[in-house]
Design a protein around this ligand. Sequence first.
Ligand SMILES: NC(=O)C1=CN([C@@H]2O[C@H](COP(=O)(O)OP(=O)(O)OC[C@H]3O[C@@H](n4cnc5c(N)ncnc54)[C@H](O)[C@@H]3O)[C@@H](O)[C@H]2O)[C@H](O)CC1
Ligand code: K
Length: 535
Amino acid sequence: MKLPGSEEMKAIDRCAIEEFGIPGVVLMENAGTGTVRLIEEQFGPLAGSFALIFIGPGNNGGDGLVIGRHLHQRGCEPIFFFLVNPDSLSGDAAVNLAVVEKLRLPLHVIDSPTRVKTIPVLFKQIESRGKPCCAIIDAIFGTGLSRNITGHFADTIDLINGRSFARHTPVIAVDTPSGLDSDTGKIFGKCVKASLTATFGCAKPGQVMQGSSAYTGTLSIIDIGIPPEVITKAGINTSMITGETASSWLQALKRQANTHKGTYGHLLVLAGSAGKTGAAILTARGAQYSGCGLVSLCVPYDLNTIFETSLVEAMTVPLPTSSSLLNVSDLPTVIKNLEHKTAVVIGPGLGTDARTADLVLYLYHSVKQPLVVDADALNILAKQADQLKTPAGPRILTPHPGEMARLIGVSGDSVQENRLEAAKECYRRFKRKGRDLVIILKGAGTLVIADNDQVMINTSGNPGMAAGGMGDVLSGMIGSLLCQGLNPTVAAAAAVFLHGRAGDELYARIGQGFSATELARNIPHCLQTLLRENV
Ligand SMILES: NC(=O)C1=CN([C@@H]2O[C@H](COP(=O)(O)OP(=O)(O)OC[C@H]3O[C@@H](n4cnc5c(N)ncnc54)[C@H](O)[C@@H]3O)[C@@H](O)[C@H]2O)[C@H](O)CC1
Ligand SMILES: [K+]
C-alpha cells in the first residue's frame, strides 16, 4: 500500500484533475461524502444532533464545508467555525462556501485568540437547544501545512485537545490531524488529537510513523475516486508493510512434498560472548522457528557447552582460540565454515573487543553470502563508517535507534525526531555501487529502506516487544528467510512484519511481559495464519 508524501499527493491531485479530467470539486465532494459515511458507520445515526466543524484556509477547509453540507442532509446541524475570513477561501473551497452560504448554514468567524475564547460559550448556547454534539471535525490543515502552527490556530487546537465541553465527543481529523507533518510524522508545534482520521486516496508516511497514532487515532483511507493508474504513474517509493503484502511475500515459504532440510538453507550465526550467550541462542531460535533448514553457530570455545545444551537442533563450531569472545585469530576456521552456507548473521551478543572488531570488519567486506549485521557488529561498523569499502555481497543492517545514532554520528533523540531521514542517511552512507543494501531502523513503525531508495513502514508490532532479545530473534528470522530463498529486501520486510505480528498475537492474548523466547515460539503459528490469508 503506497504512502505518498505531501508533494506526491499534490502531484496525484494535479494528475487526476489535469490529465484524467476529474474536476477537483468532484474529488472534494467524494472526500466529504466519504468522511460522513465513515462517521455514520463508526458513531451511528447523525439525525437530531449537531457537529462543530473547524474550517482552515485551504482545501482541507473545503473538505470540511462539504462534510458540513452532507451532515445537514442527514439532519445533523453543522456549526462552522472559520479560522480565517471566509472571503479569503479560493478555488474548490470557495465553490463549497458559496453553497453553504446559499443554504444559510450557521457560521462563526474565529480569526483571533479573543474569538477562540468565545467557543465554549457558543457551544453551551447551541447545546442548550437539547441536541447532542455528535462530532468535532478538524478541517483546519491537511497536507498543505508547511510551518509551525501559531496564534489563534494554535489556541484552537489547544481548545479542541483540552476542551472542558463535549469531552466524550469524537474528534474527526479530515485527511490528517492538523499539525501532523504528513511526510515525517513530526508535529508542527501543535497537533489535534483525533479519535479517527479520514485520509483521502492514500495514507501518508507521517501518519504511520512512530507515535503518530496518538494524533491520528484510527486511520481510515477514503477512496475519493483517484484512478489507480494515477497512483501508479506517481512512482511513489514509500509504502506500508501490511499483512496482505507480507502474506504475498511469505507464500514463497510454502513447502513442497519432495523437499528436505537442505532445501531450506543453512544459516551461519556468528554471535555470543561471555555473559551474552542468550543473544546468540535467540538468534538461532528465531531462525529455526521461521523455517531455516539448518543453523550453525561459530562460538567461543569455552562457551560451547552452553550452546550445545541450549540449542539441540543447531550445530556449533567451537572456535579454538576464542575463549570468551570471537577472536580474529580464528578467522581461518570461520572462513572454512562459511563454505556451503546460504546466509550469515553476525553481531548479537558479540561484544566490541578489538579482536572481535577485526573479525567483523574482515567478514563485512569478504562474506559473499547475504550478511545480516546486527547489534555489536553495527557498533563496530559505526567506528569505521567512513573507511568501509565495497562488500563482497548483499548487506542487511538492523540498527535500533541508539545503534543508528552511532552509525550516522548523531544523537539518539535526533534519530527518533526524524526516523525516515536518519534511515535514508544511513542508506546513503553504507550503500556501495552494485551491492544490495537494506537498512532496518527498528522501533514502533520499523522502517525498511532498500535499493533505489524504496522505503517501507511496518504496521505490525506493539509496546509489549520493548524487551531484551527481540532484536536477536529478528536477526535470525531475516537470516532464515534469506536461507529460504527470499531476496534481501523481501526477506527483511517480511521478517519485520512476521516478527511484529508474532508479538501482536502474544500482546492480544497475554498482554505485555512476554519474552523474546515466547515470541520466537509463536512464529510458526503466525506464519501459518499469514500463509492462509493469501489464499
Ligand atoms: N487528492 C486529495 O488528497 C485531495 C485532498 N484535498 C484536501 O486538500 C488538502 C490540501 O489542501 P491545501 O490547500 O494544499 O492545504 P491545506 O488545506 O492543508 O491548507 C494549507 C493552507 O494553510 C496555509 N498554512 C500552512 N501552514 C500554515 C500555518 N502554520 N499557519 C497558518 N496557515 C498555514 C497554507 O498557506 C495553505 O494555504 C488535503 O489535505 C485534503 O484535505 C482535496 O480537497 C480533495 C482531494
Ligand atoms: K485536518
